[in-house]
Design a protein. Sequence first.
Length: 593
Amino acid sequence: MDNLVPEHVPDHLLDDPKTPGSSKRLLMAVDFGTTYSAIAYVALEGGPEESAGDLDLTHICTIQNYPDDATFGALDDEMRSEVPTEVIYPLDRDFRQKEGLLAIGRQNQLEEVPEPAIGEVKADSDNPLAIFGAQGANYSDQMSVDETSSFRWGYGVHETWDRFATHADPNNRPLARFKLLLDNSDWTQTVRDDLGVTLQELKRRRIIKDPCDVIADFLTCLLRHAKTELENAGYDDSYKMETILCVPAIWSQKACRNMQTAMARAMGQAGFAGVDVQNNNIDNLFIVSEPEAAAAFVLATSRDITVTCVSLRTGGLYGSSYINESFRELLRRRLADEAYLESDDRTIDGIIERIMFDKFEYRLKRVFDCYSIKGTKKFDVPGLRPDPAKGFDRGSLKIPELFLARMKGIGSIMEEQITNALKKDTKINKVLLIGGFAGSVSLQRYLSNHLKSICEEKKCPSSVTAVARGAVLRALNKERGPRGYARSSYGILRTEIWKEFPEHEEAKIAYDPHDGQPYAFNTIDWVLKLGQEVEPVWTCAPFLCSHTFDCFPVRPLICREILYVSLSLAFQLRLWQNSNDKVSRHEKHAVGV
């Protein structure tokens, strides 16, 4: 046989028989935040009068009713749609079996790297996670508050941490801001170093295997609760599901893939269908940057606004959790010498945390107006002895200027962004605040006053769930999204007929044992290259694949198409230069060097 031409495959044979025929769709967006997280969703029933492009924010719902929710707002308070991104681990390696979390005996899916960074994803053919998908639905998201060996998450962390006994128990290991483990920016190094201390202790005790476990554990609990709420609302497996994952614009592609790995683990553990944990695959997954999702929210709130992207790489650690950190450290300094307050299970840390959660987090921080409330604020500390020099009254202490320093940091970032926009002749009409701290009256008034001199209008609309709800809108209107540039190269492993392409001249010839024909084995066809401009909706051009096999095989017939991802051109060149690598040298030509 001189020429081997693949036989045409009828279209009906390419259809996935597992794909349900229902036109009902359910879109779920997960905004995994540094301080708080949120999930938004919308259901499309598939009626002829329904158009995804016509849906607005009023049709988008948010997950609420989180366990141990201690918010004191009204039923329409947006903070009921958010949950703290925090966990407490018990120093009990058996807690995973009791609470249905990932088995610690699994093979590590992440490459070991120096802490606290997260390593490169790699394949694992023996990973037991591939079979755990149906388990998660059997576990309740409600945890017993009386069990000191329980894994705590979200508001349950605040509820537990508010008790004096929690701080006296050495078996509790709290973690917060662990989203920053995926951010290798210089300004997150201190946070990652601090988290690394607890992570190493948990790894040493075999509570976790790698840092990604923390993210996966939290997301598992979050998604279990979401699944319960969706089922209570009447949404079942008859809806074809699309998952939207919001990620920071400054994240590397490796960070995004590690996030996808954690998300796949969590969705499988929570009992969602369409998840292949072994290959970190989630059916109908759409990843959107947080600024892009927020922009979709802005456009939905005001039709007369145009969103222009000027700069993505500005930021700093000034968010809500850092307001808490500053206040906590201030209290710690003020009470450091008051050892007489401690007795039995009552510790200074316990006193501070009770003030944090009972008075500061849920009550004062969200309504405090630094412009209308002058002077100091008093906080109850039972048993505190009066000391005018320290600002102590009997049973209370005074705190001035609660979080002005952090607001100044936020103001400097906003000023930098607006200045960059003005340099490009972009007019700024409104400032949108997103996230939990967006509702702070003090922050809104501070920014209005601070930016007054450089903004023509000082309007500050805000929304706690802007990213999650905007992500749903963005997923509904993919065709209207912005053009972009590929941040990685994507290629498909090919076995090509010898000399079908000129690049084969440098490849080694190999003869197939089944048909005896010459082939160039282990080549890669880079269908999308790093830096290539792509349309809002990009589809790989169709290509033919052929596989040879024995006429009477004694093993199952399995045909695989393997996708390769390269983070950079330098990575691709290293593949070419490494003669021991699986990919042959003539790949140099395929990547267009």
